[in-house]
Design a binder for this molecule. Sequence first.
Ligand code: UDP
Length: 322
Amino acid sequence: MRVLVTGGAGYIGSVVSAELLATGHEVVVVDDLSTGHADAVPPGAEFHQLGITDLGGVLGGWGIDAVVHFAAKSLVGESVADPAKYWHGNVGGTLALLDAMRSSGVFRIVFSSSAATYGDATENPIPETAPTRPTSSYGATKLAIDHVLSNYAKAYDLAAVSLRYFNVAGALLTGDGIGYGERHVVETHLVPLALRAARDEGGNLSIYGSDYPTPDGTCVRDYIHVVDLADAHLRALSVGAPGDHQIVNLGSGSGNSVLEVIETVRQVTGRDLSVREQPRRTGDPATLVAANDLAATVLGWRPKRTLAHMISDAWMLEKSVP
Ligand code: UDP
């Protein structure tokens, strides 16, 4: 299959591109490099520095069979402060991409949706049928795109799959010595921040809230290895018929607390990090864990890699970067 990966210079997009290439697919990456890195595009992928609103005149000539769509703004806090950037960038951008796909005869898409579409969960594990009440503009734009895909699939014979990720971590370390991992300029995620603190021996890490209604008082999240996540995308490319839109959670079905993540970082790295308890971060629900039965049924997928595996792979990469 010849696959267009939007946002293929970003964290998850680059891992999925590398895995597509490794399994014999052809990959065309578009990324405007607003947050991605050109050197994260895997060797062997065709790369165009373009935004998703720029594809109208070119997509038809690329011979694309399917699109895996990652390109998006993805900072939750920023999305609340500047929603216009997120509605124009994420929803407006996706509408332009879908226009380009329709006029070029490309009718298959796998979309990077998010657990942020659920907002404050009323039940855990969260099934795909749970109420969707996003608490940020970021989550609202991902949900809006899910609605667009449902409408477009039905009306325009699109085969669409939305994958709702829970907490992605880890890195892909390839046999030829290349690593693909998280390199956000503005880093807000727990695992890379904890590894950074471990790397700067005794470095500081904030724990945002220790008075949550969870077993140890810190937030519980469902962590998933980016390589397992990529595997789900590859599977999603071959499910669903024209006219179908499927929404599938990607998570492990169980969670780890912030303190458990920190302890695993200590064990894997053999380093200490100093933690400081801070007030809760606005908008963080206590617990978010995926129900993943649908992923097993629809994609034949279950995650294989543990939290220690994610942290170990991310640590290998963190150590190797000067
Ligand atoms: N977190 C933390 N310290 C940090 C970053 C995150 O305690 O420096 C907590 C955060 O409050 C949440 C969990 O770690 O409970 C996971 O946060 P992350 O930003 O990685 O993912 P999110 O669940 O917000 O998408």
